[in-house]
Structures are given as C-alpha cells and as structure tokens.
Design a protein around this ligand. Sequence first.
Ligand code: ADP
Ligand code: MG
Length: 284
Amino acid sequence: MISLSNVSFRYGDRTPWALKDITLQAVNSLVILGPSGAGKSTLLRLIGGYLVPGEGSLTVDGEPPSRHPLAVREWIGYVPQENDLPRELTLREFLRELTLIDARGGTAEAIVGEIVERLNLEGATERRLKHFSGGMKRRALLASALIRPCRLLRLDEPTAGLDPDEQATILTTIHSLSESCQVVMTTQILQDALALPAKTILLKAGRMAIETSVPELAEAARGRVFAVQGSEELEPSQLWMPTAEGDRVRVLSESPSSRWSELSPTIEDGYLWLLREGGARRES
Ligand code: ADP
Ligand code: MG
C-alpha cells in the first residue's frame, strides 16, 4: 500500500513547492492526472524513493521507500517519460544485459523469453532498438522494468506521443500487468485512465484538485455543461469547445443563460472544470 500524509516537496529551498500537502492512500492501482508541471513525475520519484518528502510522511508497504533505496529497486519498477534506450543493441541484447545485472533466479534466456512473450515482442528480438517505432520503444521499456519481479510498477506518461493504435496496445499491456502488480501511472490523456480500474487523482500546480474515479470525474462538471448556438456571443472567460453538430458549441459555465440546454458531462468536462479556478476552489 502507498500512503502519503501531508507530503510536500520542493527541489530547492527557494523554489516553489512542486508538491504541496498531498494526502493519499492507494491499495490498488493509481492514475495521476494533471497538466505539464503539475507534479506528476515528482510524485512518482517520491514513491520510488528517489526523492524524499520535505514535509509529511510517505510509506510504501509500511516503510519510507528512501530508507532502503537499493532493496526497494528490487520490487518497484520504473518506466520513465523519456525513451532512453541503447540504440545500437537489439532487444534481446538489451534485455539480456539487464538480466545479467538484475535478475534473481532463472536463466537469462528464460527470463527474456518470458517477458518478450508477455509484451508481444517475439518478432522483434533481433532488431536494433534504433529501428523500433515509438510504441515498440515503450514496450521495450516496459519489458526492461519487468526483468525484476516487481510488485509496484511506476509508469510516467506511457502513452505520450503514440498514435492511437500504439496507445491501445500499450494500454492493453498495462491493463494485463495491473492484474499481477500495483500500477501507478501518470498521464495527460484522459482516456488512458479508463484502461485501469484505479483510484484517480488530479494534480493542479502541485496540489491535489480531486481524488476520485474516472466516472466520477465527469460528475465534477455536472450542471455546468451546456449546448449553445454558435451564433451566440460568449464572454471571453467562458470555456467552450466545438461540437460535431457544427452550429452548436459546448460551453462550461457557472452562469448559464436560460436559452442554453444542459448536457451530460464527460470526463473531459470534469477535468477541464477542475483545472479552472472555480472548480478547484470548490474542491479545496
Ligand atoms: P509533471 O510531471 O506533472 O509535468 P513535474 O513533477 O516534472 O511535473 O514538475 C513539477 C514542478 O517541479 C515543475 O514546476 C517543475 O518545473 C519542477 N521540477 C521538476 N523537476 C525539477 C528539477 N529536477 N529541478 C527543479 N525543478 C524541477
Ligand atoms: Mg512529468
């Protein structure tokens, strides 16, 4: 179990808090949503013990992960945001290298074979990593994180920059991994959160705007989403989005006109609403 109590962190004494007053418990998988700079990667680093809270306490399975950083590496896996792979190695060479360094028990070949099969990469083992597509690079990184038998897997924006087909493949893989291991995943793509039956949190400028589940995220915008004729004049502060209907726009507003018709909120509406001043103030 991951448990945070009033955790705050900043990168330097004079820098703003990257995370402020985060209190959270996660027994199963966790999805961390939020825009760039919200503190998602920082939270993943804290959970992995790479960083230590400046204030508050953080434990994973009852212990601060930073207390035994090397022991924790044995069972907390990590897939970083960057696609940093040794370009000239083939997938098999890359995974074998890691197996020699990290694996406990089992022969290197057997471990690599099992992981490659699990991630559907059998056809790619002899190809150099520099020739991999974005989605395959992500899967190769996932494979590298699974060399060790992990109980907790941290994934930092695993679908960023992938096309929809590659995204779907990665999400399917993550979904099946989540059946045997606790997954903590950050993402800016709301549909990603649907891949995991997980507790979801939304970070906004280092603070927790909401702790919820994905379906409940939509509820945050209930009563504030309207269809408006495109010809109608809207205030610049009102957030609107085009709709497929062409002549109507979708508006998020706290002060609707009586001419507008209310719509059912989507998870995007809830997310946008909470990121706006009014929504976040209401939640805090
Ligand atoms: P996210 O992953 O949600 O984009 P980050 O956790 O990377 O957000 O960043 C949160 C805040 O901490 C940002 O203001 C960012 O500029 C700052 N930050 C992140 N990494 C560092 C670092 N290594 N040194 C100083 N500030 C950092
Ligand atoms: Mg990040």
